[in-house]
Design a protein around this ligand. Structure first.
Ligand SMILES: [Fe+2]
Length: 277
């Protein structure tokens, strides 16, 4: 099973560059064109949130149109810049997406089960995992406890070490998600976005991947003497390709200008170190 993993498209409602700087339409078209050249094509495309820049319904419809040429179905989840009702209107509402307060659903059509989660709130600077949503996830996992499963949500649950990113991560309810994830041995990976750069970490015993951004990407420059990462805004858009048969797993990073880049490792997770395991 081949999964194309994109994130942070930030499509605008009028097609004009975001912040008067970044042509997110052009970036999205470039990634779509790159994905169309894949042979074999991906089985599924996961767009891990921030589909739109401002949550507007027109922007969500524009994003849907920009992604229409992709060679596989697209699954979306809610970013901190999105509004879930706009995403539902543009991309459809899954039968298992039953609670208006968050957009979470299961996809059963593939060898590996896929479950979308939603940690977005009305405040774009606050990520939260409601206890009731964690309970919903636990109930879904209990249905098929032995089936290989991938979770995807916009906010990666680990600490990145990039302080301004961690400040807008899941700052409420992470322990509820931790409990559910750690209690199930069939979760292959957690796919996310939000960081505007590729990063990988381990959390609750599961590997977490944050995709490169379609919009302008946060570039990893190096480590400062104090151990914190030095980053800059720039570099070409990209995506990740994950391949799995339910047991083995491989990931490639791809960028539209043809260059390759190492995955940056997440910083030691202060939350994980301080949590009951
Ligand atoms: Fe974003």
């Amino acid at each position: 099973m081949l999964i194309a993993h994109i994130a942070d498209l930030h499509v605008s409602d009028d097609g004009l560059p975001v912040h008067d700087l970044v042509d997110t339409d052009a970036a999205t078209r470039a990634v779509v064109a790159a994905l169309r050249t894949l042979d074999p094509p991906p089985d599924i495309i996961i767009a891990a949130g921030d589909i739109t820049h401002d949550g507007d319904g027109v922007a969500a419809a524009r994003a849907k149109a920009l992604l229409a040429g992709l060679p596989a179905p697209v699954l979306v989840c809610t970013g901190n810049h999105d509004r879930r009702e706009s995403l539902r209107a543009a991309f459809g509402r899954h039968a298992s997406d039953v609670d208006d307060a968050w957009m979470a659903y299961t996809v059963e059509d593939f060898p590996v089960r896929l479950i979308a989660l939603d940690a977005a709130t009305d405040d774009p600077f606050v990520g939260a995992m409601p206890e009731a949503e964690a309970d919903w996830l636990a109930a879904r996992l209990a249905e098929q406890p032995d089936r290989p499963t991938i979770l995807f949500l916009h906010h990666p649950p680990f600490d990145t070490g990039i302080d301004w990113m961690d400040a807008i991560g899941i700052t409420i309810g992470r322990e509820a998600l931790w409990r559910v994830v750690a209690a199930h041995g069939n979760i292959l990976a957690i796919l996310s976005g939000h960081l505007h750069r590729p990063m990988v970490g381990a959390w609750a015993g599961v590997t977490v991947y944050a995709a490169p951004s379609v919009m302008n990407r946060v570039e990893f420059i190096g480590m400062r003497p104090d151990g914190s990462p030095e980053v800059a805004i720039g570099a070409a858009p990209g995506y990740a390709l994950h391949e799995t048969d339910g047991t083995a797993w491989s990931t490639r990073l791809c960028f539209v200008d043809g260059h390759a880049e190492e995955w940056a490792m997440a910083m030691p997770d202060t939350y994980a170190e301080n949590s009951v395991k």
